[in-house]
Design a protein around this ligand. Structure first.
Ligand code: MGD
Ligand code: MGD
Ligand code: MO
Length: 640
């Protein structure tokens, strides 16, 4: 029996971008583990990727194209599927112009070569593109406004912190390779404070746990900002690197500290204690991605940015306000694509269903979906499903048959993460990696570069898409090549991005136009919640799934919902309840947890829509205050 150990990089939508060691026996992957030589992976994988073989060899894996015939998806040859798609795209472009075609791409793979899909639709059109980012758009927009860039200090700089604020983060579930770093920091004497309305395992990492009301973070940060200014504990040198101080001061002094405490669900003493941590840093903020998925999500992140800046922690070793690591920063993406500025029209990602239906002159007649499952994962699932069902021609490229793929006219199988060949950066650290197929894709399945080249050849733009996979990689590496990082270096193992420093803003200068931190001076007004829906719905990341990609048995017959026993309306744990929002209804198994607040309900993110498991059937499509994110967490529900 031939047994080999092969190395690749995980391409899943995750901050960790792990090194994977795959054991391959007779052409079949039999085991996955983390690369011990990868400084962040440290030899272990998350549950969902360690059990990826459930998916790789499971019943939803696609091994040949599917084409809709008489209402059903039936297997077709690659040639026939490519010919059909080329014909339809040419016809629709001819009849209605390229704006009638929409390309939607999500983060199913974070491989940089996935931009090849964008390039195809730019060359073939330019076609209609999406704007916004339902994942991190609000937070990134906040940091770009405040700092000119959304990027972070080196991950291991956390070992220099006196206090680390895990602000709305559950590392055990969604960023598991942060856990060893936090543990090591604690061993060295660092304190960890967790702020999260939902009680979760992250509390075991924390010396102090604060459970504010959902979205109360803005009040916390403004209140603490006020305390720091009022008591003269802001850092004078740091204040000189910020503007407009007066505007920020006016904002935070608009309310009393006790009003802020009341608004946040914490006490004045809590806010005082936080102020003390920021005044006596170094204090790092790890800004979670969850809380910016609110109507005022961008303002929340701006208020944390301001706290980090005026206290001087933003500029210090062991400080920083980490929301995102610029995972594309090392790569010359502009050599492949030009982006929305050349698009004839855009539709808003968080309002995809609505915008597809509303598009006129020309209407959207064709939608191509790459690496996404918008029917499950975008808000207003039902609206997204209906919009796709009403579209003349829908193509989905995915390794698996999803609820979105089921609505397509043509489905192209593509290589899975164990078969793909690509380049990766990470949004949770600064290491770069190459992914290399540890096994070949099923016979006939094309790498996405080749898939688009085949289509390009059939649609007259072959020359614009030419190049081997390695040639594409080399083009992307032209920014780091002068710093000694070539394809050959990456092929030997992970390399730290040579363009990323240890500290993001070491000189008390940020990357805004004048180098000064832009402090927030106003906040958006918030709607008064409707008391007939008393629970805030959280649809948080889940251990067993990557969004809607479930390993193991998945959710089973029902999804679940967790509430405090006092909020269960007399129902018992294990009962199936109806969950209702102004947007929709679904059935879920009730779980009770006395550690939760009485005004929250928690469901897993990523339930399948066609099984009635998707939290997004309850969630209305609304954009965040900035950055065109999706306000998933502004959803209120009741049990009926
Ligand atoms: N296992 C697993 N890992 C994943 C993913 C997955 O689906 N499964 N998804 C990946 C993706 S796409 C991303 S973007 C990241 C997601 O990363 P996160 O968005 O950080 O992931 P979640 O675990 O959903 O964590 C959100 C946390 O924010 C908290 N939160 C929500 N609202 C508020 C608030 O108002 N205030 C405060 N203080 N906290 C709040 C929630 O209670 C929850 O604990 O994770 C990635 N990792
Ligand atoms: N209610 C609620 N909804 C949420 C969230 C939430 O917290 N709550 N989180 C949001 C967040 S943070 C995100 S990022 C989105 C995620 O939303 P999506 O990105 O739509 O999530 P996935 O279900 O992971 O879909 C990705 C698809 O890409 C496919 N794929 C994997 N690798 C490849 C590849 O190499 N090529 C191609 N073509 N396809 C590939 C996968 O099989 C999968 O079907 O969901 C958002 N939706
Ligand atoms: Mo995400």
């Amino acid at each position: 029996m031939a047994r080999e150990l092969k190395r690749t990089t995980c391409s899943r939508d995750c901050p960790d971008a792990c090194g994977i060691l795959a054991t391959v026996e007779d052409g079949r992957v039999v085991h996955l583990r983390g690369d011990p030589d990868h400084p962040v992976t440290q030899g272990f994988l998350c549950y969902r990727t360690a059990s990826f073989l459930d998916l790789q060899y499971g019943p939803t894996r696609l091994t040949q194209p599917l084409v809709r015939e008489g209402g059903r998806l039936v297997p077709a040859s690659m040639e026939a599927a490519l010919d059909l798609v080329a014909r339809q795209l040419l016809r629709i472009r001819e009849e209605s112009g390229p704006a009638a075609i929409l390309h939607y791409r999500s983060g199913g793979s974070l491989g940089l070569l996935k931009h090849v899909a964008d390039r195809f639709f730019e060359e073939f059109g330019p076609c209609t593109a999406t704007v916004g980012d339902i994942c991190s758009g609000a937070g990134e927009a906040a940091q770009v406004e405040d700092f000119g860039v959304s990027d972070s200090n080196d991950l291991f700089d956390l070992l220099n912190s006196r206090t680390i604020y895990l602000w709305g983060k559950n590392p055990f579930v969604s960023n598991v390779h942060l856990v060893p770093v936090l543990k090591e920091a604690r061993q060295r004497g660092t304190r960890v404070v967790l702020i999260d309305p939902v009680h979760h395992k992250g509390t075991t990492l924390a010396d102090r746990y604060l459970q504010p009301c959902p979205g109360g973070d803005l009040d916390i940060a403004l209140g603490v900002g006020r305390i720091l200014l009022d008591t003269g504990r802001a850092d004078p040198q740091a204040l000189a690197a910020c503007e407009p101080i007066d505007g920020y001061r006016r904002l935070v002094q608009g309310r009393t500290v006790s009003d802020y405490a009341a608004g946040s669900g914490l006490t004045v003493a809590d806010l005082e204690a936080i102020a003390e941590d920021f005044a006596s840093g170094p204090t790092a903020i790890l800004v979670g991605w969850g809380m910016q998925r609110r109507g005022h999500g961008s303002a929340i992140v701006r208020s944390l940015d301001a706290l980090s800046a005026i206290s001087g922690n933003l500029f210090r070793v062991g400080g920083g306000c980490s929301f995102y690591f610029r995972r594309r920063g090392a790569f010359a993406v502009d050599r492949l694509v030009q982006g929305t500025r050349i698009a004839p029209r855009t539709v808003r990602e968080p309002l995809l269903g609505e915008d597809i239906v509303a598009a006129k002159d020309p209407p959207i007649r064709a939608v191509w979906i790459t690496a996404g499952n918008p029917v499950c994962m975008l808000p207003d699932s039902a609206g997204v499903a209906r919009a796709l069902e009403a579209t003349e021609f829908v193509v989905v490229a995915d390794p698996f048959l999803t609820d979105t793929a089921r609505r397509a006219h043509v489905v192209f199988p593509v290589p899975s993460l164990l078969e793909d060949d690509d380049l990766l950066g990470a949004y949770g650290h600064h290491w770069l990696g190459e992914s290399r197929g540890v096994v070949p894709p099923p016979s006939g399945v094309l790498h996405e570069v080749q898939l688009f080249q085949e289509l390009a050849r059939r649609t007259g733009i072959g020359a614009a898409m030419a190049g081997s996979v390695d040639e594409y990689k080399r083009r992307l590496l032209t920014k780091v090549e002068p710093h000694g990082v070539s394809l050959e270096t990456l092929r030997t193992g992970p390399v730290r991005n040579p363009l990323a420093g240890q500290l993001r803003f070491p000189e008390r200068r940020v990357e805004t136009r004048n180098g000064k931190v832009q402090l927030l001076t106003a906040i958006p007004s918030r709607a008064v919640p409707d008391p007939s829906y008393p629970l805030w719905l959280f649809s948080n990341s889940n251990l067993e799934s990557q969004s809607a990609q479930w390993s193991g048995r998945g959710l089973g017959t029902h999804t679940w919902i967790t509430v405090h026993p006092d909020s269960a309306a007399g129902r018992k744990a294990g009962e199936v309840v109806e969950v209702e929002s102004p947007q929709g209804r679904l059935r879920a198994e009730l779980r009770l947890d006395p550690r939760q607040r009485r005004d929250v309900a928690i469901m897993p993110k990523g339930g399948h829509y066609d099984r009635g498991h998707s939290a997004n059937a309850l969630i209305a499509a609304r954009a965040t205050d900035r950055g065109m994110g999706a306000a998933y967490l502004d959803c209120r529900v009741r049990l009926v």
